[in-house]
Design a protein around this ligand. Structure first.
Ligand SMILES: [Zn+2]
Length: 442
């Protein structure tokens, strides 16, 4: 395959732009090759975006009715919204969520999702359902199940088992588009035994732990009252912090904890819009530095919007932040996913890299070159410009249409599943689990 006539961004960090054809051979960018041509004249060709932390299971929550007392803190948001939704999920609604969330990811130019899945009443096999939905669309993914003690010891064990089962399958079957991590909810819903079981599984399968960390002050208060140590300290003592670990949020990490995270080489997935929406505070992004990637925490998968919001939020506090910051963070997200796939070139468009790319139909009003591209990203581009999407050398979106799945049927099925899910939610009350050391929620 040859993509002709486009302006090609071969790297986001540092930005490198060439005006050249792109050759794709056997799923990878190649220096030369023949085959079908696709005209990309007047378009930008950019590496596919990676979302470093999301929850596809929340895709059918958009606009859902809410009849309880409004939550006033983070713990209550979990007890009254997300820990009701996850218990209402069954296999059909998990599948519909992954399909509709995956479709939206592709339409917004996101080719890889690092997902954190929870469905306490449908744990066994749930990662296969998500993986199959994403495979059918052609989305690349790094999946895990959110192990937690909040729904009792049986489900904690089932969570660990689901991670292990899926990781074993990935290893045996070498799924082309899916990899796994070991998922864990957060320190405050994990016993020492369950946390140890997660770390053991990560070691056995040689993958990272994907866990929420210090998202809210409640996580820190729980850890201090549970064991006398703060969250990152507890994780490190459990053997959970290494250079494959992915910590989501990290908003309340103190200096000492940030030191631990940096020394371990762990990644932080920053979720600006989710943090703002939940009023949990601001992550110390400059202190966390190069190890920060970007996620949405389930607020869709549009990394144009997410990276831009993160940038403006950071600029509000620090006007010296450069326009290349969001691009560097997206490059870090791709690096993280590339690590899971054993593909160090994921996120670059150079010979040997997996051909994950997006074609943007963008009538640039000013010159596009290495120095100006960050300005176009922050002030001009958006997912509206996404015309075509390629994952592993295959077109999965052309001319804003899915190539492999009937998108009208998919959307209609999602609507039906959303109505079913919302009805079941009515029967589920607030979750009674409380973090230790908290002032109480429910
Ligand atoms: Zn999350």
């Amino acid at each position: 395959m040859i993509l002709t006539g486009g302006t090609v961004v071969t790297s986001l960090d540092p930005v490198r732009i060439v005006r050249d054809d792109i050759h794709v051979v056997d799923g990878r960018i190649a220096a030369s090759g023949g085959g079908a041509r696709r005209d990309c004249s007047g378009c930008l060709v950019v590496p596919g975006n990676v979302c470093a932390h999301t929850h596809l299971y929340s895709a059918l929550a958009r606009g859902m009715p809410y009849a309880l007392e409004p939550p006033t803190n983070f713990t209550q948001i979990l007890q009254r919204i997300w820990w009701r939704l996850d218990r209402a999920l069954d296999e059909e609604s998990i599948r519909a969520s992954a399909l509709v969330g995956g479709m939206e990811a592709l339409f917004s130019g996101t080719t890889t999702l690092v997902d954190h899945h929870a469905s306490p009443n449908a744990i066994d096999g749930s990662l296969d359902v998500v993986a199959e939905a994403l495979r059918s669309l052609g989305v690349r993914s790094v999946l895990c199940y959110e192990t937690s003690d909040r729904d009792g010891p049986e489900r904690a064990l089932a969570g660990v088992a689901e991670n292990r089962r899926f990781l074993d399958r990935v290893r045996r079957e070498k799924l082309p588009l899916a990899r796994g991590m070991v998922g864990a909810h957060a320190s405050f819903t994990l016993s020492d035994e369950t946390l140890a079981a997660c770390c053991e599984a990560a070691g056995v399968f040689d993958v990272g732990l994907h866990i929420h960390a210090a998202e809210d002050q409640a996580d820190e208060a729980d850890s201090l009252s549970r064991c006398g140590h703060r969250v990152a300290d507890r994780l490190q003592r459990a053997g959970a912090l290494d250079d494959r670990t992915l910590l989501a949020h990290g908003v309340h990490l103190d200096d000492e904890e940030i030191g631990l995270v940096l020394a371990a080489g762990s990644s932080i997935a920053h979720n600006a819009r989710s943090n703002m929406n939940n009023s949990i505070g601001r992550a110390r992004l400059h202190a966390l530095g190069e190890q920060v990637s970007l996620g949405t925490d389930g607020i869709g998968s549009d990394m144009f919007e997410e990276s831009r919001t993160a940038f403006f939020r950071l600029r509000e506090d620090d006007g010296g932040t450069g326009g290349d910051w969001p691009l560097q963070r997206l490059a870090q997200s791709a690096h993280l996913a590339g690590r899971a796939f054993g593909e160090p070139l994921l996120g670059a468009l150079e010979p040997g890299a997996p051909a994950d790319l997006i074609v943007l139909d963008y009538a640039a009003p000013t010159p596009v070159h290495d120095q100006s591209f960050a300005g176009h990203w922050v002030f001009g581009l958006s997912s509206r410009a996404v015309r075509d999407v390629m994952v592993a050398g295959e077109w999965v979106v052309t001319d804003r249409q899915l190539t492999r799945v009937d998108q009208q049927q998919l959307a209609a099925d999602a609507l039906g599943q959303a109505e079913r899910l919302w009805r079941r939610l009515d029967e589920i009350g607030p979750h009674e689990f409380e973090p230790k050391g908290s002032k109480g929620g429910i």
